[in-house]
Unconditional design. Structure first.
Length: 237
């Protein structure tokens, strides 16, 4: 960690690949280093992890394999287009402290049962619970939005506020779980939702045009680890 090899970079003759993630603070330094080596290739991938073996490692390994072999690896992963829904209970720590462990566990169990019922009613697939929320997928964004509103309204009868975040994109089916950048975007959208709010990406909004669902614009946001600015919209009513 105390050795600076940058003065020696210009003498490197071997084919060289620089791989970094776009969200790391030193991404610009990586590009500068790559310019010091003749013919070096630079690949920037989504994410903000410094360690190559942390986070979504698939794209990084693909870039390395393509560099070494000259061709992209063949993948046989099952990818489908889906709307991803994330929910969580607002102020869950406060509720847990107020109710005590036993009553909080009972409330969570009731909440999970209500969410499962709503996801089933709107023909979605419950992927997993996340402690105080859920991850679910739908093959139609309109039903995903209506399910989110139903979950929010049902949760209010339990005395808690639920927020939701949705995005539509290609996801990778990994056994009983799902993966891919669309899943990460859905989680990032949730992070900007306020209590009782159903927040969607512009992709979801555009897909449900003409459905009668109205939206309130929430401006542009930088989603952590995701390139570019994203326009977000809250479901109205």
């Amino acid at each position: 960690m105390a050795v600076d090899l940058r003065p020696a970079l210009s003498s490197v003759q071997a084919p060289t690949l620089f791989v970094s993630r776009q969200g790391v603070p030193n991404a610009a330094l990586v590009r500068d280093d790559a310019q010091q080596i003749s013919g070096a290739k630079t690949v920037e991938l989504p994410g903000d992890d410094h360690l190559f073996f942390v986070g979504d490692t698939g794209p990084m390994l693909d870039a390395i394999e393509e560099f070494l072999t000259g061709q992209l690896p063949a993948h046989h992963a099952d990818r489908v287009l889906a709307t991803v829904l994330f929910t969580d209970i607002v102020g869950s720590t406060h509720h847990a402290a107020r109710l005590g462990d036993r009553r909080w566990r009972d409330l969570l169990a009731t909440h999970d049962a209500v969410v499962r019922a709503e996801v089933l009613r709107y023909r979605g697939g419950l992927v997993k619970t996340t402690g105080d929320g859920v991850l679910a997928t739908f093959d139609g964004p309109g039903r995903a939005i209506r399910c989110s509103c139903a979950i929010r309204d049902s949760a209010r009868t339990l005395g808690v506020d639920v927020r939701a975040g949705l995005h539509t994109g290609e996801i990778e089916l990994a056994g009983d779980d799902v993966a891919g950048i669309a899943v990460h975007i859905g989680a990032r959208v949730l992070a900007y939702a306020e209590g009782g709010e159903v927040l969607v990406s512009s992709t979801v909004k555009d897909l449900v045009a003409g459905s009668g669902i109205n939206f309130i614009e929430r401006g542009e946001h930088q989603l952590k680890g995701v390139p570019g600015a994203w326009r977000l919209f809250a479901v109205d009513g």
